[in-house]
Design a protein around this ligand. Structure first.
Ligand code: E4P
Length: 220
């Protein structure tokens, strides 16, 4: 499973890029706004920090506008992936971009039929928003399972399932169990994946016993 970081905060990206755990970055207009920075400047910096795909979202709502914005975004760096919304205009833009060999992340997916359309349009990634579905009292993980089953029925589909709107460690575990190809995580959720109280307790005991020996693993 690939891990993307869901942030436009370059300090956070810099912190985790060196761990070897981060395969890419996703941004959206809200995350760019939160960064408080110029969109082109911040995306260029992000693309310099990671070699993997960096999703940059169009904001036009018509196909021609999306294509014009996509062309501008693609000038930033070779690892930019165009993010387009799951609307008919977005799907049409996705098809045109895919035909030109451009990777597109189709975002704001809330149903299996929408994911089916994105695969038909040649999307490189489909982003089901599991946290926002949970927020409505429904089961976001069930959508990941449905999309996995549908895509597996049609091996011609090359679209990767990118579990998005992840809020908890359980979302990551369950996305992996359901066969999502990628999970995009806020940095705090990524950090939480490594946490277990028994790990902390066990390490404390080991270090205490080790200190009592007075030994060192490094040559004096
Ligand atoms: C990722 O591509 C999405 O933009 C993001 O995961 C949305 O998450 P949110 O529902 O927490 O805003």
């Amino acid at each position: 499973m690939k891990f993307f970081l869901d942030t436009a905060d370059t300090d956070e990206i810099r912190q985790y890029a060196g761990t070897g755990m981060i395969d890419g970055i996703t941004t959206n207009p809200s995350l760019i706004a939160k960064s408080g920075r110029d969109v082109f400047e911040v995306l260029e910096e992000i693309c310099g920090l990671v070699s993997g795909p960096v999703s940059a979202e169009v904001t036009a709502t018509d196909t021609d506008g999306m294509l014009a914005e996509a062309a501008r975004l693609r000038e930033i760096a070779g690892n930019i992936v165009i993010k387009a919304p799951l609307t008919w205009a977005g799907l049409t833009a996705t098809r045109k971009l895919a035909d030109d060999g451009v990777a597109v992340n189709v975002t704001l997916c809330f149903s299996a039929n929408q994911a089916l359309l994105a695969a038909k349009a040649g999307a490189a990634y489909i982003s089901p928003f599991i946290g926002r579905i949970d927020d409505m009292g429904a089961d976001g993980m069930e959508l990941i399972r449905e999309i996995r089953a549908i895509y597996d029925n049609y091996p011609d589909f090359k679209t990767e399932i990118l579990a998005a709107s992840i809020r908890t460690s359980a979302h990551v575990r369950d996305s992996a169990l359901a066969g999502a190809d990628v999970a995009t995580l806020p940095p705090a959720t990524l950090e939480a994946l490594a946490k277990h109280p028994l790990t902390d307790k066990g390490l404390d005991a080991f270090l205490k016993d080790w200190a009592a020996t007075g030994q060192s693993l490094l040559k004096e």
